[in-house]
Design a protein around this ligand. Structure first.
Ligand code: NAP
Length: 135
């Protein structure tokens, strides 16, 4: 499994279990080779160029925007998360038993949510909104 990111993301990607890291700032994306699945969270030019990385019969998945490209001999999927209580509960179990390891950038109160989630507010990692006073 190959992770991608900026130069400073290398250690994090490897710590999270990637077998290799591709630096989008200095390595050609095409160095990734031919892959069964590409999972894109960036969109734009990176998404467009990712189609060529998918081997015959493989899949390009993106969460960024509906793809306008498709692998030559594969499929392209726009994956959209839908709120689902059972799946959220499953994510909670994965968090508790360590199978899911999020990178928490900030913890804010409910009152702080609008400013904490404003587009101009860049936080590295996920922002947690604490909705109760309980620990
Ligand atoms: N389809 C769905 O259901 C769904 C659900 C959630 C989110 N989304 C979408 O998915 C995308 C990602 O969401 P997110 O919450 O993960 O956003 P995020 O927390 O902002 O993460 C995006 C990551 O991609 C990195 N990045 C962006 N452009 C890059 C580039 N050219 N080269 C290297 N790294 C780059 C960013 O790095 P920097 O911080 O250094 O820029 C950041 O680490 C957004 O477009 C969002 O709207 C879709």
């Amino acid at each position: 499994m190959i992770g991608t990111g900026r130069t400073g993301d290398r250690d994090t990607a490897l710590r999270l279990g990637m077998d290799a890291f591709l630096d989008l700032q200095s390595d050609p994306l095409e160095d990734a080779g031919q892959l069964d699945v590409v999972f894109d969270v960036i969109g734009g030019d990176i998404l467009d160029r990712s189609a060529a990385l998918v081997r015959a019969g493989g899949t390009l998945v993106t969460i960024a925007s509906p793809p306008t490209v498709r692998p030559r001999d594969g499929q392209a999927i726009f994956f959209v998360v839908e709120p689902d209580r059972a799946r959220l509960a499953d994510l909670g179990r994965r968090l508790r038993d360590g199978r899911l390891r999020p990178i928490v950038g900030a913890v804010r109160t409910l009152a702080e949510a609008p400013s904490a989630l404003a587009p101009a507010q860049r936080t590295r990692g996920k922002t947690i909104i604490r909705v109760t006073e309980d620990e």
